[in-house]
Each structure stands twice: as C-alpha cells, then as structure tokens.
Ligand binder design. Structure first.
Ligand code: ZN
Length: 398
C-alpha cells in the first residue's frame, strides 16, 4: 500500500453513490484524494487539497470500481462447443456443470490458480475491483476444500457452493449428497469461506435440501446467499428471504409474492443478465423489482457454462437495453448494489473513508457504459489505493 497521497483532478463527472445525495451522487468538475488506500476527500476540483502525486483525469468520468458479487472462477476447461450447440437450438440444462466438474477435478492446484488469476486480471482491466467467487466444480470433500482454499488466496468473498449440482457418483441419491454437503464437506470448507450458497432449482436441490445446507452453513458461521428462481418459479426466493440471505441471485422467474418478499427484506435481488443472454432465456424483470422497492444488484455469474463473460459493462448495457433499467440505475446496481449483496460498506461508493477502488472511464459520463456497448472504456483503475490498470498514453511506449 502506498503511503503517498494521490490527487485525481479534472474529473468531469464523479459518481460517488453517496447515499446522502440522490441517485449516483454525481459531483461535476470534481477531484478525489486517495490516502492510505482510502478515499480521503472528494469535492469540487477548485477546492481540492494538495497531494503528493497528481493524476489528471482529463475531464473523464470516475466511478467506484465494479463489485461483481456473483462469479464461479475456480474451474478448468471451457465449454464453447456446448454454447455453439445451444445457439443451434438445444436448451440449457443444469447437467452441463458436470462437464466442468470432470475437468476441474483433473486439474492441478497451479492450473486452477493460473485460471483464476487470469480471470481476475481480465476483470480488473474492465474496472472490477471486488469479486465474489464460489466453489462448486469439485463436489467431493477434498475438491471443494481445495476450491475454497484457492479462491481465498485471491478474494475475501469466498462462497462454499458444494450444493451446486448432484455429482454423477450420487446420481439418484440427492439426499445423501445433501447430507455430505451439510456435514463433512461443509466442515472442511467453512474455514476458508464467508458465504454458503445452494443451487435451489428443479434438477438440482429442492427447498428442503437447500434449507438443510444453508442452515448447517449458518451454524458453521457462514452467511447465506442463493441461486434462486433461475429456470422456474420455485420456492427459493421465499427461502432466501426467510433465512435473511444477503442475496437471491438470478430472480428470473418471480411471483408477485416473491417480489413483495424481496421488497420488504434486506435480501438483494442480484440479476445476472449475461446468463439469459448466453442461454437465450427471458431476462429478469428489473423494472418490476425496482418499482416494488427491492434492492437490485447486477453481476456477471462468470462461469464456463451459462455465461463466460467477466464484463460488468456488458451486464449494464444489457440491463439498460433489455431490462428497462436506466443507465444510472444499472451503474448503481453494478457498484453499490453489488456491495449491498455482499453486505459490504467499504466498497461500491466513493465517499471519504471508502476503500479507494477508483475506475476512470475513457468517457465523459457513466451513460457511455450502456451507450457504447462492447467498447473497452476502462482508462485507469485503483484498487485499495494502488493503481492496478495504467492509463494508455499514445506515443509514450507504455
Ligand atoms: Zn451462479
């Protein structure tokens, strides 16, 4: 961590997500000071204090780093052929996960480490500074323990997802696998994890089984979150709210009662539009959730099967174009919303005291994230006050 202070000056539009201001808490013609890894000051450029290192943002927009609150990054191999087949008309089924399980089990620790580090670097280059990472492609005690241990090397937001899918060796005996995931597997994984998650869906785990795993996880000191209502209008969202889960993720098929339950709870509805894009499923109805008063987060669900994209900007563009979110709502959901889905108060905003996760866009406003889809717009990134993505300076050779 640098002990020097940095002054980012000449910011055309500073998105603070300050809850005391409306919407994105935008300050125009702004400056921001980073000190000891934290945001030390924000305000009008004309009143900026002096600092050791100046950085001229050149009128660009500055946002909090993206908080990707849902990703599956401990895996080996890829499934491009499955994607191509699906785009030729074959529907997505949860069983495709087992292909990745086989590849992941066969991979060395260092192969898994190299893959997760590659993906995290890819995310950082796109402005993502906080990443949640799940296990769930090991599905044995040793393999799941290995997955959460390797994830914990690179992020604090580690989720134990032993109950991702029933592995082939437990085919036909989901109850026995649920028991394993709630006992020995959980005990091996809990020391490395913060969260416990279940894929509650037809073809995966039913509500009783999900409850068994989540309650055991809570007893082991983990906090719950859930894969809920991705493929069907099942009982998962209600269970997530009942257990005060930090987040119900997917929320693609919701009843009115589900929407009401989310709106009157602390459980964030995390929408993962990259999945619907990559599986040609209908998008979740973000407008309905927002109008009801629910808190909405956007995340990638980056994984080799149902969505192999690590791009939060892509999620924002789809959410605006096809889920009726405004650009401001989508940007908030990809930053402050993700932080709420992880129950974090130190990230997702740029007010004094926040971790200095700073994303300088090569654009004058946050709207460009949706307005210019598919275009790389990350100019520079600081994570905890350390510059992790350097600005491109033409002719400077670096
Ligand atoms: Zn997922």
């Amino acid at each position: 961590m640098s002990t020097e202070s940095t002054l980012i000056a000449n910011i055309g539009e500073l998105v603070t997500n300050d809850p005391d201001r409306s919407g994105l808490g935008v300050i125009r013609d702004a400056a921001l000071v980073i000190e000891d890894g934290r945001v030390a000051w924000t305000g009008p450029a004309a009143r900026a204090p002096a600092a050791d290192v100046p950085f001229d943002a050149g009128g660009r927009a500055v946002l909090p780093g993206f908080v990707d609150s849902h990703a599956h990054l401990v895996f080996a191999g890829e499934r491009a052929e499955e994607f191509a087949a699906r785009m030729s008309g074959r529907p997505y089924a949860a069983g495709g996960i087992r292909t990745t399980v086989e590849r992941t089990r066969a991979a060395s620790d260092d192969d898994l480490r190299a893959n997760i580090r590659r993906l995290l670097a890819e995310m950082a280059r796109q402005g993502t500074t906080t990443v949640e990472c799940k296990s769930g492609y090991g599905l044995t005690v040793e393999q799941e323990e290995r997955a959460v241990r390797i994830a914990a090397e690179v992020t604090d937001e580690v989720t134990y997802l032993g109950a991702h899918v029933v592995p082939a060796e437990y085919q036909g005996d989901t109850a026995a696998y649920t028991r394993l995931a709630s006992t020995d597997m959980l005990a091996a994984c809990a020391p490395h994890a913060r969260w416990v998650d279940v894929f509650c869906e037809e073809g995966a785990f039913d509500a009783d089984q999900a409850r068994e795993v989540l309650q055991a996880g809570i007893k082991a000191g983990l906090a719950p979150r859930m894969h809920a209502n991705q493929l069907t209008q099942g009982p998962a969202v209600q269970l997530a709210v009942e257990l005060d889960a930090a987040s119900a993720d997917h929320c693609t098929f919701l009843s009115d009662a589900d929407v009401d339950a989310l709106a009157s709870s602390q459980t964030v509805a995390t929408l993962l539009p990259g999945v619907e894009f990559s599986t040609r499923q209908p998008y979740p109805d973000a407008r309905r959730l927002l109008d009801a008063g629910a808190t909405v987060a956007l995340a990638t669900d980056c994984n080799p099967g149902s969505c192999y994209s690590s791009s939060m900007a892509f999620c924002i563009a789809v959410a605006v174009r096809d889920m009726n979110m405004t650009p401001a709502e989508a940007v908030w959901s990809a930053t402050a919303g993700g932080a709420k889905a992880l129950r974090r108060t130190d990230v997702g905003h740029l007010t004094p005291g926040a971790r200095a996760d700073v994303h300088v866009l090569d654009a004058p406003s946050h709207t460009h994230l949706a307005y210019r889809p598919g275009v790389p717009q990350t100019f520079a990134v600081w994570r905890a006050g350390v510059q992790v993505v350097r600005e491109f300076r033409s002719g400077s050779g670096g």
